[in-house]
Design a protein around this ligand. Sequence first.
Ligand code: PEP
Ligand code: MG
Length: 594
Amino acid sequence: MSIQVFGLPVSRGIAIGRAVLVASSRVDVAHYFVEPDRAADEVTRLRQARDVVALELETLKRDLPGDAPPELAALLDVHLMLLHDETLAEATKHWIVERHYNAEWAVSAQTEVLARQFDEMEDEYLRERKADIEQVAERLLGVLAKAKPRLPLSGGGARDFAGEDPLVLVANDIAPADMLQFKGSVFTGFVTDVGGRTSHTAIVARSMDIPAVVGAREASRLVRQDDWLIIDGDAGVVVVNPSPIVLEEYRFRQRQSELERARLDRLRHMPSVTLDGQSVELLANIELPGDAPAALEAGAVGVGLFRSEFLFMNRNGELPDEDEQFEAYRSAVQAMNGLPVTIRTVDIGADKPLDRLTVHELRHEHALNPALGLRAIRWSLSEPAMFRQQLRAIMRASAYGKVRLLIPMVAHRSEILAAIDAVARAKQQLRESGQPFNDVELGAMIEIPAAAMTMPMLLRYFDFVSIGTNDLIQYTLAIDRADEAVAHLYDPWHPAVLRLMAGVISAANTAGKHVSVCGEMAGDTAFTEVLLAMGLRCYSMHPAQISSVKQRILRADTARLAAGLGALLASDDPVNEWQTLTGRRPAGEPTLIN
Ligand code: PEP
Ligand code: MG
C-alpha cells in the first residue's frame, strides 16, 4: 500500500529508488557494490568471518570460569545458533549475490530486517532476542572490518555495472561526520526521522546536491528494506511504494528538474552582475579540501566558508596535527588557483561533536543544551595549544594563495582580544621557525544577536565579517536548528532576523569592510533579492546553488530593490510585504522586480 510521509525539504530534486534502511549506529559500515563476478569471493569472506566469530564464541564458552552463571553459557549458545541460523546466514548471502552489496552492508541490511521482525513480536522474551541478533551482527562486522577484501574496489564504491535499481538511504538520524562519508556514495537520496533544515546533517546532504528530506519522524519505522520510495526534496514528501500513476508523474517531474538544471548550468561561467551593473561575488561553502574542484566547476570566485571542523570529526579522539591540517588547507588553497579561500577555525560542539554522536544522543546523554555550550571559538580558546596549532597551519597555507581567517561565534570583547592574541603568537612562532606566510585578513562570523548589535566594536577589530544566518536565526528566535519539533518556528523571515541582518550589512558597508552571508539563506533564492536590497554584494553557498542564485542576480535591479527595504523592515509581516513589493502577489502597485 502506498503511503506518504511528510518532513522538511532540505535538498532539492526528486530521487526514486529502493530503500536501504540503516540503523544510526551502523551508518559507518562500508557500503559499496561488488562486481557480479566477485560475489563468490565476497560470500567466502562472509563465511570466513562467520567461522572466526563461531570460534570466538566457542572459545568464550569453553573458557567460562567454573562459577560463571549458567545463563552465560546459554546466551553464548543462543548467539552460536543465531550465527548459523538460515535467516541470518542465507539471507545475508542473498544481499550479496542478488543485490551485489558488500559483506558488511549485507550483514547490516539483514540485521535491520530481522530487528524489525523482532520489534513486532508479541512475546516479550522473543522481542528481547533482537539484542542478541545485534550483538552477533556487531561481532561479524568487527571481524569483517579487519578482513578487508584483497582486490581494490571499483570506482570508490560507485556501481559500474548496469541493470540495478537506484538506492536511497533511510535512517533515524545520521551524525554530520557520518553523512560526509556518503559523498560520492551509492545513494541517490536521503531521508531521516529527525533534524531541522539547517542542522549540519542537512547541510552536508545539501552540499552533496542530492534530494533529501529530514525530520520525517516516522519514516524509518514505516519504510521497509527494499521498499520503493520517491523522495521529493522540494516539497519535503516521501512516498512509500507509490502507485504506477504517481511514479510516472514523479518521473516526469524528475526529467523536468534535470532539464532545468542543465539550463542553469549554462550560467556557470557568466559574470554575476545585476541589471544596473552591480557586481556580486558568489563564493562556495566547502567541508573538505576535496570539495574545492566542484566549487571552481560551479563558477565560484572563491571559498567563502571552509568548515574546517570536518577535518576534526570522527577520528576517535585523535585530532589532526599541524602538518596534517596544513596539507589539507594548502590543497584547498592550491585547488582554488589564486582565488580567496576563507578558512573558518574549528566550530566543534552543538550538533557537530568530535565523535560520532547524533543530535539525539547529545541531547539525551550529554550537555543539556549543547548549542549554548562550549562550541566554536569558546572551545578553541579553551584548548589554546590546539588553537595555535590550527592558526599556524592556516597561516602556513597562506604562502600558497589568498587565505582569509574566519572566527566563528564571537560575541565578547574578551574573546576577540584572545583570538587576536593567539593569531599574533602563531605568527611569531612561524617567524621564529622561519616558516613562510602571507598577510591573512581576519574576519568574524556574525551568528549571535549580541555580535550583530555591537558591530562598531567588531568592525574595529576585524577586517571583514560573514553572517552565519543558520546560527543567527537559531539564537535570535531561541529555536534549536536541529530540532524538528520546533522547525516550524525557525523563520528567516522573522522581522527581528531581517532587521539584525540589515543592520550588520549596513554597518559593514558604511565602515568600508567586506561583508558576506555564508549561512543557508545565501543559497536560498527566496532571499536573493532581499539580501541585494540590504546592500549585500557577497554570497557564499553550496556550489550546486550558485547557478540559480546567479540567475536571480542577473535579473535584479538593486536600486529598485533597495527602495523597498524600508517597507520590508518596518513590516510586521515581511514575507507578505516582500511578495507584494516584488509582484509575486497581486497588489496593483508597481513592483521592484522587472
Ligand atoms: C551559520 O551558522 O550560518 C554557519 C554558516 O555556520 P554553521 O552552519 O557551520 O554553524
Ligand atoms: Mg554557525
